[in-house]
Design a protein around this ligand. Structure first.
Ligand SMILES: [Zn+2]
Length: 251
């Protein structure tokens, strides 16, 4: 018969083992959702990931004005990072950690205002395939050349009808924020566009960098976008595609 002390030790060992085992769930894509540097509607945004049965996600926010999330010990354990952040600066150490994600093949799903991040790091534009330039004017200034407008009914057209992220989707309208004046790299594959006269285009694209698949979606300002079923599907499919379950690199 086991004595009490032995049983207590066994229970303690089981508890410690449970704590030590990471939260990864077999068969699920491991996702790190990154925020910080820009406000957002937390609950409806995180619901996008909480209700996705194919992923196990962790939410992390940068602290201060640089990209502290890239200093996480577990950074390279994720299949995909979702960037919904807008940090101004990135230290040299954080930059090298960011680049190590691309060597490893971690997928990046870059959403909405993350097109504005790291204005002083030119390589970021090349990696994600575009840039909303703040220019010399103060952050948030709207001009005819570069700007944004909230609460717009945006007609979205599917450009890439055979791409895994957009295949089978129909053109739709979403109540969201538009940007104009953003730059887009020549080497991206456009997925979505719009007929809205003031919006920049395309509204979504993919590219590959090093071993990583990268998706950018311009949509996604607030709950009116988060609750749109087409947006939800685009985010979920982008994560699935960027996770590269087939192991191949294609655009
Ligand atoms: Zn916004």
């Amino acid at each position: 018969m086991m004595n009490i002390r032995w049983i207590s030790a066994l229970v303690l060992a089981v508890c410690l083992a449970a704590i030590a085992i990471p939260a990864a769930e077999p068969g699920k894509t491991k996702v790190l959702v990154v925020t910080g540097g820009h406000g957002f509607e937390r609950e409806p945004f995180l619901d996008l990931f909480a209700r996705n049965p194919d992923i196990a996600f962790t939410h992390a926010a940068h602290s201060g004005t640089n990209a502290t999330v890239y200093e996480r010990e577990d950074l390279l354990s994720y299949d995909v990072l979702v960037l919904y952040d807008m940090p101004k600066n990135i230290t040299e150490n954080q930059r090298s950690k960011f680049l190590s994600l691309l060597d490893r093949g971690t997928g990046l799903v870059v959403l909405h205002h993350a097109l504005v991040s790291f204005q002083k790091w030119p390589d970021y534009e090349g990696i994600i395939g575009g840039r909303y330039p703040e220019g010399s004017s103060s952050s948030g200034a709207v001009t005819p050349a570069v700007g944004y407008e909230h609460d717009v009914d945006v007609p979205v057209t599917i450009v890439a009808r055979d791409h895994p992220i957009t295949a089978g989707l129909r053109d739709f309208t979403i109540h969201d924020e538009i940007y104009w004046g953003f730059r887009v790299g020549a080497d991206v594959t456009p997925l979505l566009s719009t007929t809205h006269p003031r919006s920049g285009r395309p509204l979504a694209w993919t590219r590959a960098q090093s071993n990583s698949r990268i998706v950018y979606l311009q949509l996604g300002h607030d709950r009116q976008a988060f609750e749109n079923p087409n947006f939800r599907q685009l985010v979920a499919r982008s994560i699935g595609w960027a996770a590269r379950p087939d192991g191949g690199i294609t655009r």
